[in-house]
Design a binder for this molecule. Structure first.
Ligand code: SAM
Length: 256
């Protein structure tokens, strides 16, 4: 199969390896490796024994987690607002998806909510296009530096939005605890220090490696403590338990 005029890569070389297996010397290592682990775990757990699934990757980017889903999917459609090496298959905003109700068995939506204008509308659309008993696997950042985006979330906030739109949360997986989070922020800070000079660049790499080692060690010693207090983000698994109710027909939220 051809993508953008070239041959589709095999799963081992699938784009987005920097997200699935970030190098230890990368500033994003602590955050990204924990995220990849929880997404993989959530997929493996929620879709165990299933096959021939119709999957929607909403805000797909390079579809970095496609290799995790490839064994169980019959079709895999990526939607995004911008072009990448693997697509998307369909240009659309998550707030207004061009699909009929009940079109998908699984929706994957990783690290997209911070970038959309109206995250709650995206969740509403997910509730519409998922079939009843369909599964949403969603990840969103908790404590992360600003990345030209708009929103940050707590696990409780994500649970509230999902529940409000008829998606019952079955699992919440924190992407690491307080030490991973703290040293992840510090790694981003080191990475962002200005200067690409000959000396500064190798020094930054060494500092990030040392930082990442300390972060992992402290996280291990602390046994993942503080994951509900301060985490780089959360991965949630939710099921659509009821037929979708259009947003407009819902009861207004109580005003405080
Ligand atoms: C941080 S990237 C995440 C990409 C991919 N899901 C991943 O985990 O690597 C955020 C993605 O959301 C897309 N995006 C931003 N606004 C969007 C919108 N309103 N609807 C759909 N996708 C959107 C961006 O183009 C980008 O590809």
């Amino acid at each position: 199969m051809k993508i953008n005029g070239s041959t589709r890569p095999c799963l081992a070389d699938w784009p987005g390896k920097d997200r699935r297996e970030p190098p230890f010397s990368a500033a994003c290592y602590l955050q990204q490796s924990a995220l990849a682990k929880t997404i993989r775990e959530a997929i493996g757990n929620a879709l165990q024994g299933k096959c021939n699934l119709r999957v929607l990757d909403l805000g797909c980017g390079k579809k970095p987690y496609y290799p995790y889903l490839a064994p169980v999917c019959q079709s895999y459609i990526g939607v995004d607002v911008r072009h990448t090496i693997v697509g998307p298959d369909c240009f659309a905003v998550g707030e207004n998806l061009p699909f009929r109700a009940d079109s998908f068995d699984v929706v994957l939506c990783t690290q997209v909510l911070p970038y959309v204008n109206q995250p709650w509308r995206v969740v509403d659309e997910v509730g519409r296009v998922l079939r009843t008993q369909g599964v949403l696997i969603l990840s969103a950042p908790g404590v992360l530096p600003y990345q030209e985006d708009y929103w940050r979330f707590t696990h409780q906030g994500l649970i509230r939005i999902l529940n409000f739109y008829g998606l019952q949360v079955a699992r919440v997986l924190p992407n690491g605890g307080v030490f991973r989070c703290f040293f992840s922020l510090f790694a981003f800070f080191i990475g962002a220090l200005s200067g690409g000079q000959r000396l500064v660049k190798p020094l930054k790499s060494v500092a990030i490696v040392v930082n990442n080692m300390i972060g992992l060690l402290l996280e291990w010693l602390a046994g993942g403590k503080g994951e509900w207090w301060c985490s780089a983000g959360y991965t949630l698994v939710a099921t659509k338990t009821h037929p979708h109710t259009p947003d407009i027909a819902r009861e207004p939220v109580d005003q405080l």
